[in-house]
Design a protein around this ligand. Structure first.
Ligand SMILES: C[S@@+](CC[C@H](N)C(=O)[O-])C[C@H]1O[C@@H](n2cnc3c(N)ncnc32)[C@H](O)[C@@H]1O
Length: 275
């Protein structure tokens, strides 16, 4: 049973989709007419066709949804990831491209960027609420795939890839699983790269703490099993483990990586696996 989160309905009776989501997540259904007595801290609601997480706190920022078709994300995907910290850390110059297990998928941004660069990326997310947001984004992207004309001859001839095509190509490389990385069965050396981006402590303000991260931190708190995460990642990755950290944060579990790549707001620590 999920505490603190309910599915919001604005009708007298919940819609079928609202009832199904509440059943799947094992959470209550909340209606504004319930008043403040049992008001949950967060509600989930479809806004403009997107499943959105909304804090019910008076001073809360707007809602949070996962949107792989957002202009900023697509711009970053176009910007040549191989030259950026994330791409260098994962080893995008290698051929064949590495397979990646994103063990802490979150809002899926990093997974999407790696998939748009051509990597096969499996996303794991343990929070049922965050998993539902990701699942909804993938569903919408797949619907776009079914309805959009993917390429025109002009686009095929030019090196410029349309936003729709970029989205479709990336989504085809992504899979999603609702699972805890520490407990779900995974083979040893079963993937080239394990990527970790655990939650930061809420009081450490970094550039990561945009609206999305702020809401995620309020919902999930911080992740603390650092040593277990790193040890598990090192047993599952055959080539390397990449850990995303705040620019000035300490190393995961205090373990020094072999290489670090610095981005504008993040650092990517690389732990190489010995063959
Ligand atoms: C900081 S967010 C990741 C953000 C992500 N890199 C992105 O680009 O949007 C961390 C996420 O990891 C998830 N997480 C933490 N520990 C996990 C575990 N053991 N297994 C699966 N997911 C985990 C949390 O629920 C949270 O959604």
């Amino acid at each position: 049973m999920i505490q603190n989160v309910a599915v919001l309905t604005n009708a007298e009776l919940p819609t079928r989709a609202e009832a199904a989501l509440a059943e799947k997540l094992g959470c209550d259904i909340h209606s504004p007419s319930d008043g403040n007595q049992h008001k949950p801290l967060f509600v989930l609601s479809w806004r403009a066709g997107r499943l959105t997480l909304i804090s019910t706190a008076a001073d809360a920022p707007g809602g949070l949804c996962v949107d792989f078709s957002g202009a900023a994300l697509l711009r970053r995907a176009r910007d040549g990831l191989a030259k950026q910290g994330l791409g260098k850390a994962v080893g995008l110059k290698k051929r064949p491209l590495p397979t990646v297990l994103d063990a802490t998928a979150g809002l899926g941004n990093d997974a999407f960027l790696l998939a748009s660069a051509g990597c096969r990326v499996q996303m794991l997310e343990r929070s049922p609420v965050v998993h539902a947001l990701l699942e909804d984004a993938l569903r919408r992207a797949c619907n776009a795939q079914d309805t959009n004309v993917i390429t025109t001859p002009e686009q095929n001839a030019s090196s410029e890839v349309s936003a729709d095509e970029l989205l479709v190509r990336a989504v085809q490389q992504l899979t999603l699983m609702h699972a805890d990385f520490l407990t779900t069965p995974l083979g040893e050396n079963s993937v080239d790269v394990v990527y970790l981006d655990p939650m930061f402590p809420a009081d450490r303000k970094t550039a990561k703490s945009g609206k999305g991260m702020f809401l995620l931190q309020a919902l999930l708190g911080e992740d603390c099993a650092e040593r277990e995460m790193l040890t598990r990642a090192q047993s599952v990755a055959s080539s390397r483990v990449v850990v995303k950290r705040g620019k000035r944060s300490g190393f995961l579990a205090g373990v020094k990586p072999e290489i670090s790549f610095r981005g504008s707001s993040s650092r990517f620590d690389v732990y190489l696996q010995t063959p």
